[in-house]
Design a binder for this molecule. Structure first.
Ligand SMILES: [Zn+2]
Ligand SMILES: [Zn+2]
Length: 354
């Protein structure tokens, strides 16, 4: 196997640097993956690509980028207990200490160990490289029915959405309103559809995204974001509002819209990160008995469950990938993603580069 590999770094001025680095050696409990698919997340753009704005768990330490990796195991270190060479895997994108309360619940995303919590692509090398060193405990098996690109989508976006939808619960009686139709909003529509939602209404400010949501038949109704959205949703739902709303926009007014377009006893979950929201607790939630949930990524067991469901539903998250790039054109991938004129953007290798 090659001694050196290419890895993509984000210096923080809206550029990408591809550097030649050594292929990592596997240690105890670690595996080396041949990367197959690595998708770009909104948070890569928000916290790293333009400027290194993230702090704490979103603090980028100048390492190889990419926290949505899927690949094939090519080396297994001593002490591994389950996975073997040749296995196809998804990487849960935060390596936790394994022994704090959050890790024991499977939520390594919120691991409380300052010393041992390290997210791939943030505080340890990520998937925008030919190879990735991962800990065996962070792996989720990728079934043969799913492609690596499907798996990369599970590593962050689809996992995050599945968790949020589990929290609010979705059933066949529910009209679901999604504010923000970027990759996370589109994933919300795709999963809500399979979970049986009655009608899916989506809104976004970017016309291209509305077009994608309609073209892929993910939303039944799309609305251009604006001050009329609450009354439009009320009109569509007999004046009552939707049963469930999901904010994927992180936009102040879209969040308030999501709350106000939800009916009495309804549930709202916030997935979009950053920004603010202003609402009036009495009329907007208290008197209408509404519940607002916050949801941050997911647990590794729920991610395993999602993978199982995707096979059952014959749902392929890679369907939301509108553009694929080879690693040597990775800078075009980030620049397209930051423009928003796309669905999901992926850097792919070998058989995934089609
Ligand atoms: Zn992400
Ligand atoms: Zn921990």
């Amino acid at each position: 196997m090659a001694q050196s590999m290419r890895g993509a770094y984000l210096p923080g001025n809206s550029t990408v640097e591809l550097r030649e680095v050594a292929v990592p050696e596997v240690g105890h409990g670690e595996v080396l993956l041949r990367m197959k698919a690595s998708t770009i997340c909104g948070s890569d753009i928000r916290c790293i690509y333009h400027e290194h704005l993230g702090k704490g768990p979103e603090g980028y330490q100048g390492l190889i980028a990419g926290h949505e990796p899927a690949g094939q195991i090519v080396r297994v270190g001593p002490g591994c207990r389950r996975f073997q060479e040749g296995d196809r895997v998804i990487v849960y994108h935060i390596s936790g200490c394994g022994v704090c309360n959050d890790c024991r619940r499977g939520y390594m995303i919120s691991c409380t160990s300052q010393k041992y919590r390290r997210a791939y692509g943030w505080q340890r090398d990520g998937g925008m490289a030919d190879y990735l060193l991962a800990e065996e405990k962070d792996l989720v098996a990728l079934p043969n029915e799913l492609t690596y690109a499907d798996g990369a989508q599970v590593a962050c976006g689809f996992g995050t959405v599945y968790e949020g939808l589990q929290k609010i619960g979705i059933c066949g009686d529910h009209d679901v309103f999604i504010t923000g139709l970027g990759p996370v909003g589109l994933a919300t529509a795709a999963l809500a559809r399979k979970m049986g939602a009655r009608r899916i209404i989506g809104s976004d400010i970017i016309p291209k995204r509305l077009e994608i949501a309609r073209e892929l038949d993910l939303c039944d109704i799309v609305l251009a974001s604006g001050p009329d959205n609450v009354s439009q949703v009320l009109d569509l739902t007999g004046g009552l509002g939707v049963e469930r709303a999901v904010d994927c926009s992180a936009n102040d007014s879209a969040r308030a819209t999501a709350i106000r377009a939800t009916r009495k006893w309804g549930r709202i979950v916030f997935l979009g990160e950053g920004g603010r929201v202003e609402f009036n607790p009495s009329p907007d939630i208290i008197h209408d008995q509404k519940t607002i949930y916050g949801s941050w990524v997911t647990s590794i067991w729920l991610m395993e469950e999602l993978v199982d469901r995707l096979v059952r539903w014959n749902l392929h998250p890679a369907g939301l990938i509108t553009h694929r790039f080879a690693l040597d054109t990775v800078s075009q991938a980030y620049s397209l993603m930051s423009s928003g004129q796309c669905g999901k953007v992926a850097v792919c290798f070998d058989e995934e580069l089609i």
